[in-house]
Design a protein around this ligand. Sequence first.
Ligand code: NAP
Length: 313
Amino acid sequence: MPETASIHDTIILGSGPAGLTAAIYAARSSCCPLLIAGGQPGGQLTTTTKVDNFPGFAEGVDGPELMQQMDAQARRFGTKFVDGEVTRVELGKAPFKLWLDDRLLECRTLIIATGASPRMLGLPNEWELYGRGVSVCATCDGFFYRDKHVVVVGGGDTAMEEASFLTRFASKVTVVHRRDSLRASAALEQRIRENEKIDFRWETVVNDILGDSQKGVHGVRLRHLTSGKKEDLPCDGLFIAIGHSPNTTLFKNQLDLDEDGYLATRNGTETSTPGIFAAGDVQDPHFRQAITAAGTGCMAALQAERYLESHSG
Ligand code: NAP
């Protein structure tokens, strides 16, 4: 596909499984993709440990290793990478305009794979204590909790993986979950229940984080949802693992979003604007797996290629 000096055939936003798979396919079809890596190069999988369910790895694969391999594969076929984050977009009509700080980039097709970010509890001091006992990433911060007691909030796969990983360091991990059963997969649940370092507080929420920015976290105030009983539980860290929100702020009022803020797609990965496609967690409130993100990344690249073909000349 011919490419003018200033207008790219395809720009891909995001470097998780969706963005990198889109890059592999787009590069192989000569769409000369430019990939803008975003604020977390490699995406969410860089903050996980072992990925056991990505097909092709019978013994599992470390998340960062998987992403490095996808990155290398995308580079092998000629994807150009740019570090940084897009701060402004104009998507009204092609060529689409994007700004990396002051630098203007233009493209004929755009693949949005900006993923999702961890949700927070909404407690008044959680940001003040972020990095001082409050974390959203056990693989990043678990090391600091050797022989300590930590609390994990959430009942999904992420919370169970975080809790399991933290037992490598912590002497005790308490999982606080708002319901009386887990959302996590049966395999993970079994692993967690067999781990003697992990205990549970069911039907319970974190009402307050006890601590200050000088000394860090020294406990959490829990509230049992049915009895209303409150308890101050001493702990050294709080890991929040309650799901994710799609990274779509940039696209509000420019592309259609669904009621939860995900990019609305149809016919595969088409957004409300022809020539713009969305892949991965930014458009997927249901599955949110690495493999489904990769699958939609592939679809987006193929749809972008067809769009370019039908609009060339
Ligand atoms: P999730 O499945 O949406 O689970 C979020 C958990 O947090 C739920 O248990 C939810 O409670 C709880 N929660 C939500 N908001 C809360 C709040 N304000 N206060 C207290 N608790 C709250 O999210 P996830 O665990 O991040 O997983 C996301 C997706 O990634 C899932 O599809 C999951 O299967 C996948 N994933 C897979 C793996 C793996 O296969 N190894 C690993 C990680 C993630 P309720 O249960 O009451 O809703």
